[in-house]
Design a protein around this ligand. Structure first.
Ligand code: NAD
Length: 358
């Protein structure tokens, strides 16, 4: 099969592509704009594989998308391209509306145009898989509830509102035009190649540098953490096995308070990186409480029973095993981290693609 993956240079998209190239015979075309969050170095393990190709494209560019469909002729689409950081959505929501809503709309329309012209057997087998977040369901504060696939949407942040909008568009394109779509809503991911603005890599890297470990509010926010490679396996199973029109929640059954996550990282670092920066007695001494994010949801938690029952998917990692792997990965990949943090990588992107933009 030929699989078009959008956002494949990002954290989850790169895990999906590594999973497909390393475990199947399928071809992948990675369509990515390479924003600050996109990093082709996350694909270095598979970039030379003949089944892998890259296209430096903005999903908002309809003409470019049409050309990609004509040239590549995908059998499946896995749509992960998005602006994904809640904090950035609070200070600059425009890019979230642009990519997450307009970009998804452009991709849906380009897909519909292509799909309508396919022969009947290809049309039936085709799937458009939209990858979304559990944040569309809003806050579970004050309840013991879990998010079900039928939980009403109640997004709190510009990020989650833009993802909710894109989910609605995808569902409408299925219902109105018959486009064979599937949606998945996943909890917080963590693991290798995670951009250092997100909680887990930020805490690991700040601790190693002897910098403050910022914790929002009192750190009591609860998230359900899933190891990114478990998510990638789930996504591949969904796109190849799920019925048209389905929605699946994906989660790790790993509810943790943010402050406990930070303590767990500090304990792992005491064991795996005992040579601490000068002046640091214990990594946990670096924990610093900062003003909470506006509109911060207190608790998210996923009921992943449906995907287990229908497709037999369960996570392989516990939070303890996944977090240990993650901390060790950051210790072993200082080059990747240094390139991402120094801006060297963004300079390379600017140079590499200068001629395209001229
Ligand atoms: P990410 O920010 O690491 O990567 C996003 C990728 O999309 C980057 O490579 C970026 O260059 C690309 N991109 C952004 N705008 C684009 C555009 N206009 N055109 C083409 N490419 C563009 O995000 P992630 O954490 O890998 O998340 C991937 C998807 O999964 C997102 O849709 C996100 O909403 C969803 N999700 C993420 C999590 C999580 O914990 N990270 C959890 C659930 C769902």
């Amino acid at each position: 099969m030929k699989i078009l993956v959008t956002g494949g240079a990002g954290f989850i998209g790169s895990a999906v592509i590594r999973h497909i190239i390393q475990n199947t015979q399928n071809s992948v075309l990675n369509v990515d704009k390479l924003t600050y969050a996109g990093n082709l170095e996350s694909l270095s393990l598979i970039e030379k594989n003949p089944n892998y190709q890259f296209s430096h494209t903005d999903i908002c560019d309809r003409a470019a998308l049409d050309q990609i469909f004509t040239d590549f002729q995908p059998d499946l689409i896995m749509h992960l391209a998005a602006e994904s950081h809640v904090d950035r959505s609070i200070t600059g929501s425009a890019a979230f509306v642009e990519t997450n809503i307009i970009g998804t709309y452009q991709l849906l329309e380009a897909t519909r145009h292509y799909w309508n012209a396919l022969p009947e057997n290809k049309k039936t087998a085709f799937r458009f898989h939209h990858i979304s977040t559990d944040e569309v369901y809003g806050d579970l504060e004050g309840t013991e509830d879990l998010f079900l696939e039928t939980t009403p949407y109640a997004p709190s942040s510009p990020y989650s509102a833009s993802k909710a909008s894109s989910d609605h568009l995808v569902r409408a394109w299925n219902r109105t035009y018959g486009l064979p779509t599937i949606i998945t809503n996943c909890s917080n991911n963590y693991g290798p190649y995670h951009f250092p603005e997100k909680l887990i890599p930020l805490v690991i890297l700040n601790a190693l540098a002897g910098k403050a470990l910022p914790v929002y509010g009192n750190g009591a926010q609860i998230r359900d953490w899933l190891y990114v490679e478990d998510h990638a396996r789930a996504l591949y199973q969904v796109v190849t096995e799920a019925a048209v029109g389905e929605t699946y929640n994906i989660g790790g059954h790993n509810e943790q308070q943010n402050i406990d996550v930070v303590h767990a990282i500090c304990e792992l670092l005491e064991e795996l990186a005992p040579n601490k920066p000068e002046g640091v007695a214990q990594y946990k001494d670096l924990i610093t409480y900062v003003t909470d994010r506006p509109g911060h949801d207190l608790r998210y938690a996923i009921d992943a029973t449906k995907i287990k029952q229908d497709l037999g998917w369960v996570p392989q990692e516990t939070f303890a095993t996944g977090l240990r792997k993650t901390v060790q990965w950051y210790l072993d990949h200082q080059d990747w981290v240094a390139n991402v943090q120094s801006g060297e990588y963004q300079n390379w992107v600017a140079q590499q693609y200068q001629s395209e933009q001229a």
